[in-house]
Design a protein. Sequence first.
Length: 317
Amino acid sequence: MDNEKNRMNLNNSFRNTQKQINNKKHICLYPNCNKTAVDSHSQQRKRSLLSIAKNNKVYALNADLGHSYDFKTDEFKISYKLTGIRLASTFKGFCEEHESIFKVFEENGLNIEEKEHIYYLHYRTLMYGYSKIRKEIERANQDNEQSIKTYSNIDTESINKNRINNLKQNLVNQKSESDIVIKHIENKDEDFLSWISVELPTNIGISSSFSSVLSDYDSNGHNPTFTFDILPDINSTIIIIAWLKIYDNQAKWILDLANKDFEFLVNYFAFYLSEDICINPELYDSSIDIQNAVKEIGHIIDPLFFEKNPIKRIIKV
């Protein structure tokens, strides 16, 4: 089998994988709920996304594997495309009943003075992060089967097995942490969360939501997590970075960097770490810096990337 035919088979595999993932049903992520999950939004459709949309569309990552892989060049291409706000930033999250718990901050907009608003936002962003890891596992399992068929002379099974095991551990960590958060919320506990929040007096044309590891594993083998959210509204934008208070020591680097250069931190998280960033079409089309930043994945494979390529300060804080 020649290389081009191999690549064509791989492209077909990616398309089939994407179709299976899109059609797969999941149960609600809320603890002890067995109802079917609907398409939840990591970013509120009728407020954050609508406030930055043009003709009800925003630029968002094209996460379709089949369209991202070019079998002729054997390359993956990061692309952003105009996406209707009904479909942008969606994930198989909660059933209709538990989707409604986020009305606490969605109905009238998030108020950074209301702790409960931030608690629920943090929980939703954690669950969005969980769903992304789950999707990566589904992709890896499907890709492994096709890779073995296509590249039988390479030990792809061992490579993917290690990757899947790491993803599964991350999934356990994310679920464990989200269970802690929702238990605190249900018990109406206070002061279990730490966060940094800033409200800007303008809509910056960008909405974002993601979670990532806060530090190395703690003494219990858990990998702490933080969440990052940008919530634009008609005449304002709220930026929040949050984590469990028990991980304040691990979050010291965030606090130090925020005190030293919060603008750098926000741009680093929004454009170089978040895959779930939605952008106003006019802003995207007019900014080469934004187009280049959101497509840049060099930092993933090159630890010295940011020494060679300074982060663009696109968001002014």
